[in-house]
Write a protein that binds this ligand. Structure first.
Ligand SMILES: [Zn+2]
Length: 209
């Protein structure tokens, strides 16, 4: 596992916001990964006024080692620039924790799968500073212990107020067609990934397989 949390943690609010925008606008391309002397290297090109080349390096244990971009902001700032944040988000979106990418049904039935999903959500949530999100929809996993001692997973969906997602299969179906659906007085959702905040989008991607 690569430590993206540290990278987001070092990024300033502007870099996070700018990175998200570039990620959502699909401006990250030419993503490549390589091993070099045991280190894990991620490179990409982020489109803007010109093409910015980014590089993020992780050490043998997956710890954040270094990052760089050829933009002017990268030279001036201490933390990662928006292009590096965009690269990180695009990478995580492209390779969402390979270890938990089993099919959703299996994961929902397995206690381990549920825990993994919750852990993963927590990681994304912290790392991506969701508090800064605007009006994006949040999909939140809720783990409950049943009378039999078995874990079950439910979801809530919402912007300001969370509603219980009663029919997950219907939600998945809506995501397939991009349907618009009303969940309550304060919530109507267009079912496309862009409607969701970053952590929720990753979860939606996971749930929908
Ligand atoms: Zn940059």
């Amino acid at each position: 596992m690569l430590d993206w949390d540290s990278l987001y943690g070092e990024a300033g609010a502007k870099a996070i916001a700018g990175g998200k925008k570039r990620f959502y606008d699909n401006r990250v391309g030419d993503m490549a990964t390589a091993r070099e002397n045991g280190k894990h290297r991620v490179t990409a090109v982020v489109k803007g006024d010109r093409e910015y080349r980014t590089e993020i390096l992780f050490d043998e244990q997956g710890g954040l080692y270094d990052y760089q971009c050829d933009c002017a902001a990268d030279k001036a700032a201490d933390g990662p620039c928006r292009h590096i944040v965009a690269t990180a988000l695009a990478y995580e979106n492209k390779f969402p924790a390979e270890s938990v990418r089993t099919d959703a049904e299996t994961a929902l039935r397995s206690d381990t799968g549920v825990r993994t999903l919750i852990d993963r959500y927590g990681k994304l949530r912290r790392g991506r500073k969701l508090a800064e999100e605007g009006d994006k929809v949040k999909l939140v996993p809720v783990m409950e212990m049943g009378a039999s001692g078995r874990l079950t997973l439910k979801f809530t969906i919402g912007i300001k107020k969370q509603y219980v997602l009663k029919d997950v299969a219907d939600f998945v179906s809506c995501m397939t067609t991009g349907a618009r659906k009303r969940y309550g007085v304060e919530l109507t959702v267009t079912h496309v990934l862009e409607s969701f905040d970053v952590a929720s989008a990753a979860l939606v991607y996971f749930v929908c397989g």
